[in-house]
Design a binder for this molecule. Structure first.
Ligand code: PLP
Length: 258
């Protein structure tokens, strides 16, 4: 029997709370096999990100092509890309390999404000890479950097997600965790809008929730769920992981993928 394989393209977080190691943990739990290319090493801990050392872009591109040579890629999850050259390399590699649905978490900065993608990377992501993407999963600030009016309510998030659909992706999942009131997520695709109501769970900074959400989504798509079903499952799994999260140093909550 074919075991779906999901390609992760993301940064390395030594704490394991975000980035490739968290993504692979989620994919294992989702029941798919994860393969990964690290786009950068980060120096970070509970106080936040301090330094980013990007991987050479040609190594990223060659790794993606080599992984594709070894078997089908049923879905792709893209997270932190660090630099414009890497966005171009990923865009080029995805054009030549056979692959399933692409989920892009447009990681632009850490929760503590450290840039995780340079300005050129943001432009290439918006103008080129997004056209190869099936689902993009921005938060409110990322939606604004991609060109939508920054939403401050669920109604505004519905309008912002619709504006982002025009950039070329098949669907938008706008995460509501950074909205000032209800943390509702908004899904937009060719069938229209779907508001997925959320509620705040516990206190304190959560690390890696966006990474986990996009990985659950990619895993669900690789397993053959419809995009909307995969999005609902992803949201429910991340909410459950936040319920189980235990605060560690600085009160930062790391999700539990057990
Ligand atoms: N480090 C890496 C490698 C990431 O991919 C991310 C977010 O996507 C972060 C750090 C920041 O995570 P957070 O903002 O959830 O703390």
């Amino acid at each position: 029997m074919h075991r779906p394989r999901v390609l992760v393209v993301a940064g390395f977080d030594p704490s394991g709370g975000a980035g490739v190691t968290a993504d692979l943990a989620v994919l294992a739990k989702a029941g798919v096999r994860g393969v990964a290319v690290a786009t950068a090493l980060t120096l970070q801990g509970a106080s936040g990100v301090e330094r980013v050392d990007a991987t050479e872009a040609s190594l990223v591109e060659r790794t993606i092509r080599r992984l594709a040579d070894d078997g089908p890629i049923d879905a792709v999850k893209i997270g932190m890309l660090a630099r414009g050259e890497i966005v171009e390399a990923v865009d080029a590699a995805l054009r030549v390999i056979a692959h399933g649905a692409v989920v892009l978490d447009p990681v632009l900065a850490s929760g503590t404000g450290f840039p995780l993608l340079d300005d050129r990377g943001c432009a290439v992501l918006r103008e080129r890479l997004l056209r190869q993407v099936d689902v993009v999963t921005p938060n409110a600030q990322e939606a604004a950097r991609l060109g939508a009016p920054e939403p401050a309510s669920t109604a505004q998030a519905v309008a912002a997600a619709r504006a982002l659909l025009g950039l070329g992706t098949r669907a938008v999942l706008l995460k509501g965790g950074h909205l000032p009131d209800a943390p509702d997520d908004v899904w937009w695709d060719h069938e229209g809008a779907l508001v997925m109501p959320g509620r705040r769970i516990g206190e304190g900074r959560i690390h890696g929730a966006g990474c986990a959400l996009s990985s659950w989504l990619a895993g669900g798509l690789a397993l053959g769920l419809s995009p909307r079903a995969a999005a609902r499952r992803a949201k429910a799994e991340v909410a459950a992981a936040i319920e189980r999260a235990v605060p560690e140093a600085n009160g930062v909550r790391y999700l539990s993928f057990r």
